[in-house]
Design a binder for this molecule. Structure first.
Ligand code: ATP
Length: 430
């Protein structure tokens, strides 16, 4: 684990610098809901873009979708969520605190030692009503996973994209779960974002693809800067498998609060499509034009959390050095790619700096700062992970050169303003 970071330090940095705030803070906060501030929104957007690039843009066998959060309630009957998407819950008879029974190590209340109730199943789906009448007919659910919007659109997407199996459909979107015990900052919340792929394959080829996705997804985190020693696979035991799964492996990260799931890769078999065929009466089978075979595809699902990955990238990049706190974020994920500093505000240096800002902004996100000493301005950018600092000084007026400082090595090189955009872009993509 990264030894210089703990959750208190990280939560405090996130609030102080503008990554993440408690939701509805001015009203005392809403438990387990968080708002991403001006830096957090950029970081999270970059995480999603990195995922979309590697999954949709770089592959020719996967296309995207953006399905609605509210769906016909028969979807959740068919998928099994209405009957099975629950966690075992117990209450303390003395202090009334609630716990997930499968998280407890003792038969007494961990808060007050009181006696616990029998275990009850608690369905995690949020309910609401559609339209003006509130009754069973109008009940709809906030989706607890984005996956079902993919399954119900399988035929639409397959026929319009004209992709042949093996083919994938990818989606990024919000999901909601009324978790019994949310916590650990943005790790477990009741409203969160998922990045999911449903990868449809021929039955019999499913375990080969399961292995493929397991490795792909592990490597994605490493490619974007997570240290290998902080990642591991955890295979699910047979009795732990979800009702639909034949195999499942978690990609875990070594958070300050312990090894915890970042992403699950599951072999969902033909369970979901089969259930939707039964319930809707529609034929969702795939027809292979070459072999003239008709079958229900098997599905491999890599399902990642946007908020959990964002948190892992923050934790993993945090370092304390003698004189500074630095987020060594991969340049592709950093909220700002470069910061521009005039050495002083006067003598025309501000104007030159503003001009550079205008030029660079067309290429990537930049930040302009003219307040306090140069050293302090560097430190402020180190702390939010900005990989490059550009300083405009008196020499700039003579020869149109500036210094380019690298966050990690703190080395500086002099270069012409003309070269800046290309040089930085090249370094970001390294
Ligand atoms: P856990 O065991 O931690 O509750 P899960 O196995 O139920 O997670 P999945 O149903 O596999 O999670 O969901 C896929 C991914 O969605 C998870 O790996 C995680 O990154 C994200 N996710 C699930 N629940 C939450 C939540 N309550 N808050 C934030 N992210 C979540």
């Amino acid at each position: 684990m990264n030894s210089s970071v703990n959750m208190e330090k990280l939560v405090s940095l996130c609030k102080r610098r503008g990554f993440i705030f408690q939701s509805s803070e001015i009203y005392g906060g809403l438990n387990s809901c968080w708002d991403y501030g001006f830096l957090g929104v950029e970081l999270k957007k970059n995480v999603k873009e990195a995922w979309w690039k590697s999954i949709v843009q770089m592959r020719s066998d996967i296309v995207g979708i953006d399905s609605s959060i509210l769906m016909h309630s028969d979807v959740w009957k068919a998928s099994g969520h209405l009957d099975c998407f629950s966690d075992p819950m117990v209450d303390c008879k003395k202090c009334n605190h609630r716990f997930r029974a499968d998280d407890l190590n003792s038969e007494k209340c961990p808060d007050c030692g009181g006696e616990l109730t029998d275990i009850r199943q608690f369905n995690l789906m949020f309910k609401t009503f559609m339209g003006t009448v509130e009754d069973q007919q109008t009940t709809v659910y906030l989706r607890p996973e984005t996956a079902q919007g993919i399954f119900t659109n399988f035929k639409n997407i397959q026929s319009t994209s004209r992709l042949k199996i093996p083919l994938g459909i990818a989606q990024i979107g919000k999901a909601f779960r009324n978790e019994i015990t949310p916590g650990n900052f943005t790790f477990r919340t009741r409203e969160f974002e998922q990045m999911e792929i449903e990868f449809f394959v021929k039955p019999g080829e499913d375990m080969k693809w399961f292995e493929h996705w397991k490795q792909e997804r592990f490597n994605w985190y490493i490619n974007y800067g997570i240290k290998k020693e902080n990642l591991r696979f955890r295979d699910h035991e047979k009795d732990e498998l979800a009702h639909y799964a034949k195999a499942c492996v978690d990609v875990d990260y070594n958070f300050p609060f312990g090894w915890s799931e970042l992403e699950g890769v599951a072999n969902r078999t033909d369970y979901d499509l089969k259930k939707h065929i039964e319930k809707s009466g529609k034929d969702l089978q795939y027809f292979d034009e070459e072999t003239k075979e008709k079958y229900i595809p098997y599905v491999i699902e890599p399902s990642a959390g946007v908020d959990r990955s964002t948190l892992a990238f923050l934790v993993d990049s945090y370092e304390e050095e003698d004189e500074r706190v630095v987020l060594r974020l991969d340049a592709r994920l950093a909220p700002f790619k470069a910061a521009i500093f005039p050495l002083v505000k006067k003598d025309g240096l501000r104007e030159i700096s503003k001009d550079i800002e205008e030029k660079l902004k067309k290429h990537f996100a930049v930040f302009y700062d003219e307040k306090s000493s140069i050293g302090r301005r560097y430190r402020r950018q180190d702390e939010i992970g900005t990989p490059f600092g550009i300083t405009v000084d008196y020499q700039t007026k003579d020869d149109s050169t500036v210094t380019l400082r690298e966050r990690d090595s703190m080395t500086q090189e002099r270069m012409s303003i003309e070269q800046l955009a290309r040089t930085i872009e090249k370094k970001i993509d390294q």
